[in-house]
Design a protein around this ligand. Structure first.
Ligand SMILES: Nc1ncnc2c1ncn2[C@@H]1O[C@H](COP(=O)(O)OP(=O)(O)O)[C@@H](O)[C@H]1O
Ligand SMILES: [Mg+2]
Length: 304
């Protein structure tokens, strides 16, 4: 749901991860600006550097750790850079046979392909519903053209124009590494209870102002057969983007088939509001279990 929405959530996540780690290992919180100065050989970094989606900070931090030879928790630079751009992610998923809605790009000058409706228009490198509002779903190509040009002027960012999938929505978390991946119970986001006139998708205002009227189910009440497809798609996507330790992706289901709509390479870890901690609950696992599962690979590698 909400990734990196507020400073409060960010610092709560940093504090909560710190609380778990410092119980069994010497831990300190290092602001990004100080990282190069304070990095010592053998230090292990838990990368929580969430910048704006389009400043690629989380990828830079992973790259920096790699260059300095320090182990780090979280995905490698490749995954972050790839997933921060929804259009590029789509090309890779498609190339590997993973279903994702058709989409073209508007870079401010031209469209990368043919327009077709209905479509949702969204900034290619944002999160938290930024740039997604009640005008994002367009029903004909003139409407798409007009709105995307208007939105581009306001945000100054390339826009993805994506086939709108009218079906149940889930967000899926995967943690672990190698053959040891765990797909957490999928969290279904049901918009059917929103007041009349409010868009049935996760726009910024639905994320921020209509949380109480949004129905969350974890696990979803989708058929077991579909749930199994969701898990397989989640694992395959994790592998294809070469993720490590933790990842979350949004999917919509059409005719029983899961389509990946975006991948979050550094999903929120706020114990109060983030999705991954919520997904641990149906397993009767707590926040500490989640963090320990996420760091398992690095602990095994560094000898804990
Ligand atoms: N192709 C699509 N079909 C249907 N709904 C979509 C599609 N793309 C995005 N949405 C809706 O918009 C929401 C936000 O889009 P998403 O790409 O996940 O952006 P964000 O990074 O802001 O979460 C989704 O959770 C979903 O409700
Ligand atoms: Mg999303």
């Amino acid at each position: 749901m909400k990734d990196s929405v507020t400073e409060a959530q960010r610092s709560r996540a940093v504090g909560a991860v710190y609380d778990v780690l410092h119980k069994f290992v010497d831990t300190k919180i290092v602001p990004v600006d100080n990282l190069t100065r304070s990095l010592v050989k053998g230090d292990v970094i838990f990368n929580l550097a969430i910048g704006k989606r389009n400043d690629f900070l989380q990828g830079d931090i992973a790259a920096l750790c790699q260059m300095f030879g320090n182990e780090y928790v979280g995905s490698p630079p490749y995954t972050h850079y790839l997933c921060l751009d929804k259009f590029t992610t789509k090309q890779i998923l498609k190339a590997y046979g993973i279903k994702t809605p058709q989409g073209i790009l508007f870079d401010g000058k031209a469209f990368s392909g043919k327009l077709s409706a209905p479509a949702i228009i969204k900034p290619v490198a944002e999160g938290s519903g930024i740039g997604i509002d009640d005008k994002s779903l367009c029903y004909d190509v003139d409407e798409i053209r007009e709105r995307v040009i208007d939105k581009f002027k306001k945000l100054g960012e390339p826009f993805l124009i994506e086939q709108f999938l009218d079906g149940p929505e889930v967000t899926v978390g995967v943690i672990g590494f190698g053959n040891d991946l765990i797909v957490l119970p999928e969290l279904e986001i049901d918009f059917s209870n929103l007041p009349e006139g409010v868009e049935r998708y996760y726009s910024q205002r639905v994320k921020e102002d209509f949380d109480a009227q949004t129905i969350y189910r974890c696990p979803s009440n989708l058929d077991e057969k579909i749930r199994d497809r969701i898990r397989k798609t989640a694992i395959r996507s994790f592998e294809v983007v070469k993720a490590k330790d933790y990842l979350r992706m949004d999917m919509r289901i059409v005719n029983g088939i899961p389509y990946v709509i975006e991948i979050n390479s550094m999903p929120g870890l706020d114990p109060l509001t983030s999705d991954l901690p919520k997904m641990a609950k149906p397993l009767n696992k707590d926040y500490e279990w989640l963090i320990k599962a996420i760091i398992k690979r690095v602990i095994e590698k560094t000898g804990g």
